[in-house]
Ligand binder design. Structure first.
Ligand code: IMP
Ligand code: MG
Length: 177
């Protein structure tokens, strides 16, 4: 038997709730009233963040779409090649688009995705991420909305996984062996 991984709370459910609430209010204020906003959730890690964020909007024309991205790299990093595994089935041309991501680490995934989506000529294109690990950036990413900056540690919970486990945790926790 291997050693059981230990979990240490980094950001509590209460802290997440307060921050996501504030982000939602700020984001909605930034988009002109009455104009549709497309939230593009990157599967799977951002699904809980998306669900909480979308409920902070007052307008009804806040639309939810999903994309799948995979990156091939070693272990817990994604320094390799990125590709779209599940694409949008709508056109975003002329629309306000906000990418909703769980965490930006090396920046490889999002710098690629931002390029792909920009080619589709949206009216605006911005990024919201719950977590940011700026110390690990290898490719620059222009992120407009950041929930929390965190140190270079591997975290799970609130949608984030390790080998598909731990997404159900209410807090964001550091996973250590
Ligand atoms: P990037 O391309 O290195 O920025 O990778 C971002 C992706 O790697 C995220 O969308 C996550 O799926 C995953 N990732 C990076 N750091 C962590 C972490 O600490 N916990 C869980 N997943 C992570
Ligand atoms: Mg992800």
């Amino acid at each position: 038997m291997g050693r059981v991984p230990a979990l240490r709370t980094l950001i509590s459910a209460e802290q997440i709730d307060a921050r996501v609430r504030a982000m939602g209010e700020q984001i909605e204020r930034d988009y002109p009233e009455g104009e549709p906003v497309y939230l593009i959730s990157i599967l799977k890690g951002s699904f809980i963040f998306l669900a909480d964020l979308v409920r902070r909007f007052q307008r009804h024309s806040v639309r939810v779409e999903f994309m799948g991205i995979s990156s091939y790299g070693a272990g817990k990093t994604s320094s390799g090649q990125v590709k779209v595994t599940r694409d949008l089935d709508i056109s975003i041309e002329g629309q306000h688009v906000l990418i909703v991501e769980d965490i930006v680490d090396s920046g490889v995934t999002l710098s690629y995705l931002a390029r792909v989506l920009a080619q589709r000529r949206p009216r605006s294109l911005e990024i919201a991420t719950l977590l940011d690990k700026p110390d690990r950036r290898m490719q620059p990413v222009d992120i407009k909305y950041v929930g929390f900056e965190i140190p270079d540690e591997f975290v799970v919970g609130y949608g984030l996984d390790f080998a598909e486990d731990y997404r159900n945790l209410k807090d964001i926790c550091v996973l250590s062996e």
